[in-house]
Design a protein around this ligand. Structure first.
Ligand code: CP3
Length: 350
C-alpha cells in the first residue's frame, strides 16, 4: 500500500494517536554510514543521485540500520535547478557551488522551468523503486528546498555565513528578488508534485537558512513563496513539514505558511515551540546532533529531555535538530531510535 494511514509517522504528522513516537533523522542517508561510502559513486554526489538503483539502496540503508519510521529520498535540494541546466555542482565538504551566481535581473534569463519526467526522471524512478521495496509502515518522504534557501546558493554562489549578497538583492531590487523566488517556488512545486505522483507519502520543505532573516524580512521576502509551495502540497492531500535552523523567532510565521508539521532545531525546547506554532500543527525535532557524540547515558538523558518537552499531546515526530553529522557513531543513532520507541509519549495510547 502506498500510503498506509496507520504508519506512525503519517499519524503523527496529522496529530493522530500513535502506538509509538515515530523517529527519523535528517541526513540519515549518507555520510555516517560505512555502507553509504561503499555504495556511493566517486565524484560529486550528483553522480550517485542520477542512478536510481544506487539512490534507492542508499535511501534504504538507514531503515535497515536504525529501524527508523520514515525513509527520506536520497537526492539534494539543488537537483531541480541543476537538472534545468543552471550551472551548479556539489563540492564534497563544502556544499552547492554555482558557477555564475544570480546578481541582477539579466541573470534570471538563465533560469528555465522544470520538466519533471524529462529533467529529473531519475528521481521519479528512485521513488518508484522505493515504493516497491519499503514496507507500508515506513512512509517515504520527498522534499524540496524552500525558495529562500535555494536562492541563497544561487545568489551567494555557494554556502554563506552572513548571506550578504542575497540580503542586498532583496533589499535593493525587490522586483528581481520576487521574480527569483517565484521561479524557485514553481520549481519546487513542479518537483514535489511529480514526486507525489510517483508515490512519496509526505514532503519536507527545507528552509535550512531561513533563520538568517529577521521576522519582518522573513514575512516579506520568504514566506509568500514558501506558502505557495506548501499550499500546492496540501492541495494534493499529502502532509508537509517545514524545517529551518535558528528559526526560534520565526516559528509562528512558519506555522502561518501552512505546513502540517514545523521542524524545530535544538535551540528551542519543544514545549516552547508547540506554544509558538499553535495547537493545529505537529512538531518535529529536536535533539542536538552534536549531543550524539557524548557517552550514551548523556545521549539518553538528552533524548528523554526532548520527549519530556514534547509532552503527551499527539503530534510529535522525533528527529535531530539538524542533519546527522558525518562522524556520528551509527550505533548511537540506533540506540536513540530504540529509546524513543520505548519511551516516547506524545499521542501514545491516546
Ligand atoms: O538523508 C537525507 O536527509 C536525504 C538526502 C539529502 C541530502 N541533501 C544528501 C546529501 C537531503 C534531504 C539533502 C538536503 C540538503 N542539501 C539541504 C537541506 C538539509 C540541511 O542540511 O539543512 C541542504 C542545505 C543541502 C545542500 C548541501 N548538499 C550541503 C550543504 C551539502 C554538504 C556538503 C558537505 O559535503 O559537507 C550537500 C551535499 C550532500 N547532500 C551530502 C549528502 C549525503 C554529502 C555529500 C557527499 O557524499 O559528498
Amino acid at each position: 500500500m502506498s500510503d498506509s494511514p496507520t504508519a506512525p509517522f503519517l499519524a503523527a504528522c496529522r496529530r493522530q494517536p500513535v502506538d509509538h513516537t515515530p523517529v527519523w533523522f535528517m541526513r540519515q542517508a549518507g555520510r555516517a554510514l560505512p555502507e553509504y561510502w561503499a555504495t556511493r559513486a566517486p565524484g560529486s554526489i550528483l553522480d550517485t543521485i542520477i542512478q536510481p538503483d544506487l539512490a534507492a539502496e542508499i535511501t534504504l540503508q538507514p531503515i535497515r540500520r536504525y529501524g527508523v519510521d520514515a525513509a527520506i529520498l536520497f537526492s539534494d535540494i539543488v537537483v531541480p535547478i541543476w537538472a534545468t541546466g543552471f550551472g551548479v555542482d556539489i563540492v564534497p565538504g563544502r556544499g552547492p557551488v554555482v558557477e555564475e551566481p544570480v546578481r541582477s535581473a539579466a541573470d534570471l534569463d538563465r533560469l528555465r522551468s522544470l520538466d519533471p519526467e524529462g529533467d529529473t526522471g531519475f528521481v521519479l524512478e528512485t521513488v518508484r523503486i522505493l515504493k516497491r521495496e519499503l514496507p507500508a509502515s515506513v512512509p517515504l518522504i520527498g522534499f524540496a528546498g524552500a525558495p529562500f534557501t535555494v536562492s541563497s546558493y544561487l545568489v551567494e554562489g555557494g554556502p554563506s555565513r552572513d548571506f550578504l549578497k542575497v540580503k542586498t538583492l532583496m533589499h535593493t531590487d525587490p522586483a528581481t528578488w520576487e521574480r527569483l523566488v517565484e521561479h524557485l517556488a514553481q520549481l519546487a512545486i513542479d518537483s514535489v508534485t511529480s514526486q507525489i505522483a510517483a508515490g512519496v507519502d509526505a514532503v519536507q520543505l527545507f528552509d535550512s537558512w531561513a533563520g538568517a532573516l529577521s521576522p519582518a524580512d522573513y514575512e516579506r521576502f520568504a514566506l509568500p513563496a514558501t506558502k505557495r509551495v506548501l499550499d500546492a502540497v496540501s492541495a494534493l492531500g499529502v502532509p508537509s513539514i517545514l524545517f529551518g535552523v535558528g528559526t526560534g523567532e520565526l516559528l509562528g510565521l512558519m506555522s502561518s505558511a501552512g505546513p502540517d508539521v514545523v521542524g524545530v532545531d535544538w535551540r528551542v525546547p519543544l514545549d516552547v515551540a508547540r506554544a509558538r506554532v499553535g495547537g493545529n500543527r505537529a512538531v518535529q525535532g529536536n535533539l542536538d546532533p552534536a549531543a550524539c557524540f557524548a557517552p550514551f547515558d548523556v545521549v539518553a538523558e538528552q533524548t528523554r529531555a526532548v520527549l519530556e518537552c514534547a509532552g503527551t499531546e499527539p503530534g510529535h515526530i522525533f528527529n535531530l535538530g539538524h542533519g546527522v553529522l558525518p562522524e556520528t557513531d551509527p550505533g548511537i543513532l540506533g540506540a536513540v531510535v530504540e529509546l524513543v520507541h520505548a519511551e516516547g509519549r506524545a499521542g501514545v495510547g491516546a
